[in-house]
Design a protein around this ligand. Structure first.
Ligand SMILES: [Cu+2]
Length: 185
């Protein structure tokens, strides 16, 4: 009898020990929220696309976005823009830092998720899944809403400057393949 009671007690003890452990893991995985996920519409012949998201880190530790993937493209890269001899070029970056308690917004002309080898056209009003992989928070899948070509933000958001749209959108899609990355302005 004593043996059985001890076994029962140790089972309860084990459960009590496991509970806070698994709860802690779940909380850590949920510290980065992905919101305002959107992309610009592209035709079926567009070789690339770009997706934009807002990443909000509610945790007490900094995290990093390490990569992305989506069923609509063969692969996805993290890109940023920089000026090279007066020309705006895109560069792949290994990671995007999200400070503790801070947020990072990917937007046209800045940091973006480059979708390479499009498998389907991104039509206005459609949605597609985008999985983002974080160093600490793990994989988070967001629903990306497709906005009109040249949009500067998700539906409902105010466009900061309309004059910027034309050349940028076209250059981004056309010049990307083959490592040229040049943005004719
Ligand atoms: Cu890019």
């Amino acid at each position: 009898m004593t043996t059985r009671r001890n076994a029962a007690r140790s089972a309860i003890l084990a459960a009590a020990l496991l509970l806070p452990l698994s709860a802690g893991t779940a909380a850590a995985a949920g510290t980065v929220a992905v919101t305002e996920a959107w992309a610009r519409a592209g035709t079926a012949s567009a070789p690339t696309g770009a997706a934009y998201v807002t990443l909000k880190n509610s945790g007490s530790e900094a995290d990093r976005l390490l990569g992305a993937s989506s069923p609509v493209a063969e692969r996805a890269e993290l890109h940023t823009h920089s000026m090279d001899k007066g020309v705006m070029v895109m560069q792949a970056v290994p990671a995007i830092d999200i400070p503790a308690g801070g947020s990072v917004t990917l937007r046209p002309g800045g940091t973006h998720v480059m979708l390479i080898g499009m498998k389907q056209a991104l039509t206005v009003g459609s949605r597609f899944p985008l999985t983002l992989t974080f160093e600490k928070a793990g994989a988070v899948t967001a629903e990306v809403s497709v906005e009109r070509a040249g949009a500067m933000g998700p539906a409902g958001a105010t466009a900061p400057h309309d004059g910027h749209q034309g050349g940028h959108g076209g250059g981004h899609q056309g010049g990307h393949e083959g490592g040229g990355h040049a943005h004719p302005q």
